[in-house]
Design a protein around this ligand. Structure first.
Ligand code: MRU
Length: 342
């Protein structure tokens, strides 16, 4: 499994903008660098952003020298990191955990002890992400039979997390158990996470993978080639409405049309109990040139108007189940997600 992020006292990130052609790691030593690595999508995928932000908050703590003002300055730095990408709630979740850890330790610790406690917390968040994803994979696998074919969108794999991935965790766990599953991967315009990242990741894992353009999903479904759709999530509202990479909503409509089960795979940290429904989830809009250009070259008239929402919301009625580390949640989601969180 290729490492998405590492920590050696600074944050080391695999530069996902360069995959699959180049495997390059960049080192980040200040909060600003971590902010830009998230914003520019050196690191991407909700859990990986969360873990990176946790380490970013260790770096942020090192930049504060005044104990009296530590917490207020720490919260400001946390808000700055959260503002890098608004949709993935794991970012906010991880920053809040780091702030709670600082609050719990500030009075009884000197500066070095506090920073080392924060470092331990970030390492714990990293390790927990791997364990959580493995458990999601185990739960997902109970839904499948040998030789089933899963369609996935964007990249919710090891590259999007500390390891294993969420939607793709089922392929890692199946491999470990000697069970064969096949994949179809949507290319995922505009940033091509499916074509560049999922295809790369699943090929490395030795999974039989077929790449399709986003507009081919209806045809492959109509030909009976897909047993289920499994995607990740950036934020799940209390009622089960789920924000994920743009195009997920369309896939859910297609899956419903062809009576194909549509599953969300996500850790409990992706559920935002403060968002009542999808209407409360902020949707990030990204730069128009992501649509106008491929590999830094214009493929369109240079000034053409563009709409580039990075995520969409799949309504809960299109979702067969939400698969978490604690179990598989079926409708009614509001009630059953609440139960899971107890
Ligand atoms: O814009 P990205 O690449 O960060 O979007 C990623 C996704 O939409 C993933 O499906 C989601 O974050 C879940 S990753 C386990």
């Amino acid at each position: 499994m290729i490492e998405t992020l590492k920590w050696d006292g600074n944050l080391i990130l695999l530069d996902q903008r360069k995959l699959p052609q180049q495997i390059i790691y960049n080192t980040y030593e200040d909060t600003e660098g971590v902010y830009y690595s998230i914003k520019e999508m050196v690191v991407r995928g909700a859990p990986a952003i969360g873990v990176s932000a946790a380490y970013g908050m260790v770096i942020a703590a090192r930049e504060i020298f005044n104990k009296e003002e530590f917490i207020s300055q720490y919260i400001k730095k946390g808000d700055y990191l959260i503002s890098a990408r608004p949709t993935a709630v794991n970012l906010k979740w991880a920053v809040e955990r780091m702030i709670s850890c600082a609050k719990a330790n500030i009075t009884k610790s000197d500066r070095n002890t506090l920073i080392s406690k924060l470092e331990d917390k970030a390492k714990e968040i990293y390790q927990k992400d791997i364990d959580t994803n493995k458990a999601i994979g185990e739960n997902l696998l109970t839904l499948f039979n040998e030789n089933d074919t899963i369609l996935t969108h964007c990249n919710a794999g090891s590259l999007a997390t500390a390891g294993y991935g969420t939607a793709l965790s089922v392929f890692y766990v199946a491999k470990e158990k000697g069970i064969n599953l096949k994949a179809y991967a949507d290319e995922t315009r505009p940033r091509l996470q499916g074509a560049r990242l999922t295809a790369f990741e699943l090929e490395n894992l030795g999974v039989d993978t077929t790449l399709i353009c986003d507009n081919m999903a209806a045809v492959v479904m109509s030909k009976g080639k897909i047993d289920a759709v499994v995607v990740g999530a950036d934020r799940i509202a209390k009622n089960g409405d789920t924000a994920n990479k743009i195009g997920t909503y369309g896939l859910s409509i297609l899956a419903k049309n062809f009576n194909i089960p549509f599953y969300i795979a996500a850790p409990i940290s992706t559920i935002d109990f403060d968002s009542k429904s999808g209407d409360d989830i902020p949707i990030e809009e990204r730069d128009a040139n992501e649509v106008r250009k491929i590999n830094d070259k214009f493929i369109t008239p240079e000034n053409i108007g563009v709409y580039n929402p990075s995520f969409d919301v799949t309504p809960n009625e299109n979702i067969r189940a939400i698969v978490t580390e604690k179990g598989i949640v079926y409708p009614p989601f509001e009630q059953n997600l609440e139960e899971l969180n107890k």
